[in-house]
Design a binder for this molecule. Structure first.
Ligand SMILES: C[S@@+](CC[C@H](N)C(=O)[O-])C[C@H]1O[C@@H](n2cnc3c(N)ncnc32)[C@H](O)[C@@H]1O
Length: 290
């Protein structure tokens, strides 16, 4: 951080050359960082960028600020969907697709579970995925509106929508297809044990997943855990976490790791949602890509 601080100060220099050099260095420094993670380091950089005002700090600010995906904005601009929902989905898409790309995974087929308003899957369609399967227990007005826009823009062959309860055995068809088609499971705000069900089936069918859990603590008995963790452990240790959510997710993470998965964590900006932990699970790729 000492090094980057001196470069940050230079971004405010009167010499253009210094400012540009500083911008390049700070952008490179941020490349492998999670800019939405609420750490002291990120807060320091953001507050510095907000105070200074040069073309370079504005560029830096842009790179650290989430915006609604341009294709999504065009698609839904007249639908009056809450901006928070659009930002949340856009940021999720941005974070997850970056990780998948780095892991060498092509997101041609996406299974958007507990899809709600269908924004996450829509982002993959708009950005070139071949096929998206939306699944939710119930339909909603926003979902219908988003799908109608997809149809009007001739994306109707790029998706399939289905109402299935995730605890119904029929859901396995989607995981079987994901396995065959090298699909990726995604789900934003899968409440309580919905996240566990998604992670457990993804692992069973050996497919990558990206899940944002929420309502942790609800159905705590059903949280996936390794042999080393009990619910009592969770209740005891969670006193030292901000809330039960951290500990529930830690149990899920340990479970996935014990099952041979690599877990990569990313964040959504806290200003958008405080249920902001993205858990990305990658199976052993040697068998996945065969
Ligand atoms: C908090 S919402 C999140 C929706 C969406 N992913 C989003 O980001 O807006 C949870 C979604 O899970 C769906 N859901 C709840 N229980 C379910 C179940 N048992 N099977 C499938 N979907 C379920 C709800 O209908 C709702 O759309």
């Amino acid at each position: 951080m000492t090094d980057i601080s001196s470069y940050l100060r230079k971004i405010n220099s009167t010499a253009k050359k210094d400012r540009e050099e500083s911008l390049t260095t700070v952008l490179t420094f941020l490349e492998d960082k999670d800019v939405y993670l609420d750490t002291e380091e990120m807060r320091r950089i953001k507050s510095f960028v907000l105070i200074a005002d040069t073309p370079e700090t504005r560029k830096l600010h842009e790179s650290m600020t989430t915006t609604v995906d341009k294709y999504l904005f065009e698609l839904v601009k007249n639908l009056r969907i809450d901006e928070k929902e659009l930002l949340e989905a856009s940021c999720f898409y941005e974070q997850v697709s970056k990780v998948l790309e780095k892991q060498g995974l092509e997101a041609k087929t996406i299974i958007d579970l507990c899809a709600g308003n269908c924004l996450a899957g829509a982002l993959w369609i708009l950005n070139g995925a071949e096929m998206v399967y939306f699944v939710d227990k119930t339909d909603s007005n926003n979902s219908k509106k988003v799908r109608k826009q997809l149809d009007l823009n001739e994306y109707n062959t790029k998706y399939n929508y289905d109402n299935v309860d995730i605890f119904d055995e029929k859901i396995r068809t989607y995981f079987e297809n994901a396995q065959k088609e090298k699909g990726i499971i995604v789900s934003i705000h899968a409440c309580g044990s919905l996240s566990d069900r998604i992670i457990e089936l993804s692992i069973k069918y050996h497919v990558p997943f990206a899940v944002v859990p929420c309502c942790q603590g609800r159905e705590i008995d059903d949280v996936l855990r390794t042999s080393g963790y009990t619910v009592e452990d969770a209740q005891f240790h969670s006193r030292y976490f901000e809330d039960i959510s951290g500990y529930s997710d830690l149990m899920r993470i340990n479970y996935a790791i014990e099952q041979g998965y690599k877990i990569i964590l990313r964040a959504l900006p806290r200003e958008i949602t405080d249920k902001n932990r993205i858990m990305i699970g990658i199976p052993d790729l040697s068998s996945y890509s065969s």
